[in-house]
Design a protein around this ligand. Structure first.
Ligand SMILES: [Zn+2]
Length: 406
């Protein structure tokens, strides 16, 4: 006789209907508009709370955050924003902070408690750091694998050509557990678009890895780099495996130029990540989506040497993206939600993501009537379920590797 491990009753779905969700072996076995009467080891009444799939943070830095540390006052650059100076400040602060593993653990626990069940973390690699940050973050990834699914990007925060030895370290990182090859401002930081991209695409091609490049270079310079990245992606048949994070340039140029760049990115299958940062111009989400570009979101820096903001909540990130984009309608607010859920899941190629039968029972329940309200209100009261088990409630993690889930 058929039975379920757990049946969630009175779950409000995104379309506003109320349903029952039957879970078996950690996966959703059925979603039914009717009550499920067959045997279940456990029944949980969701009291008509909205059920959303586990949130996806498509860009975060687990090795940088000072969450859990004493407050670190932000130190401004001496003569306007300068990446090299920021990196130098960061190295000083990190040297005086707790270990990468302790800080990455604290941030991982924070984001899980907010409902992030999938994330892509960039991890610094340079000639000083070597692979130390990587091994710490990989240890956290393994330790928390039952609570959160992580992808790791080998990120050359100090440049590749500008930091001799980094290219070999990045290749070693990808051979030893990093899932993607990162990059950083090929022109603005490394002063050689081809030199930088040769290394990034070379490692990715040799190891069958994806690519996610930080690109802050402005205006037409940045657009040219996006075109070069698209050209290489297409030539190597790497469409759907390449993303560019930030791409501020698309927010600097006029809409005609942005549209042409969007067509080029869409044709190559290059995705764009934005976190709608502070006072920076950022990509026009509507233009990119219209062209068929997958646009996704991440928190990026969370209370680190780069900026003092962030509490790990992807619903808040969706709200900020909507706020800065001038999203008002329900449809637009749903776009912001797609960027922290299905779009980011598609970029990360998370199998069977979403709320449907056959999917992992990874979801959150929260007091909202529908997705637009969840984005605007981002209620802190929420229950987080992983494989059908309650792992966090109201911002408090209820289980850890040494404290198994019930
Ligand atoms: Zn970043």
């Amino acid at each position: 006789m058929q039975s379920y491990d757990v049946v969630f009753e009175r779950a409000r779905l995104a379309d506003g209907t109320v349903a029952s969700i039957g879970v078996q072996s950690g996966c959703i076995a059925t979603i039914s508009p009717e009550a499920i009467s067959i045997n279940a080891a456990q029944r949980i009444d969701l009291e008509k709370q909205l059920v959303l799939p586990g949130l996806v943070d498509g860009h975060v830095h687990l090795d940088k955050s000072f969450i859990g540390e004493d407050w670190k006052s932000h130190r401004p650059c001496t003569n306007g924003f300068n990446v090299r100076e920021r990196v130098a400040f960061e190295k000083e602060l990190v040297a005086a902070a707790r270990s990468v593993q302790e800080r990455a653990t604290a941030l991982a626990e924070l984001v899980i408690s907010r409902g992030t069940l999938y994330l892509r973390t960039h991890v610094d690699i340079d000639a000083d750091i070597g692979l130390r940050h990587l091994s710490s973050v990989l240890a956290v990834k393994e330790r928390y694998q039952e609570l959160v699914t992580m992808e790791v990007v080998a990120f050359p925060q100090s440049g590749i050509l500008a930091s001799p030895g980094t290219a070999d370290l990045m290749a070693e990182a990808v051979a030893n557990g990093a899932d993607l090859v990162g990059g950083l401002d090929p022109a603005g930081f490394d002063r050689s678009i081809d030199g930088h991209l040769d290394v990034v695409f070379g490692i990715a091609e040799r190891h069958g890895a994806g690519i996610d490049i930080h690109l802050h270079d402005p205006g037409m310079l940045g657009v040219f780099e996006l075109e070069e990245i698209s050209k290489r992606t297409k030539a190597l048949g790497m469409g759907d495996c390449v993303a560019v994070s930030h791409a501020y340039a698309l927010g600097h140029v006029g809409s005609d130029t942005a549209k042409r760049a969007a067509d080029t990115l869409a044709d190559a299958g290059v995705a764009i990540m934005t976190n709608a940062p502070g006072d920076r111009p950022f990509p026009p989400i509507g233009i990119l989506r219209e062209a068929g570009v997958r646009v996704f979101a991440g928190n990026d820096n969370i209370r680190d040497a780069w900026w003092p903001y962030g509490d790990g909540d992807m619903l808040e990130r969706a709200m900020l993206i909507g706020y800065r984009s001038g999203f008002y309608t329900d449809e637009e607010l749903s776009v912001a939600f797609d960027m922290i859920s299905s779009n980011a899941a598609s970029v990360m190629r998370i199998p069977k993501y979403g709320l449907h039968s056959g999917a992992p029972a990874d979801f959150i329940a929260l007091p909202a009537r529908h997705v637009p309200e969840a984005v605007v209100a981002r209620p802190p009261e929420r229950s987080v379920y992983r494989a059908g088990k309650l792992i966090a409630r109201n911002g408090k993690l209820l289980c850890r590797p040494e404290l198994p889930c019930r």
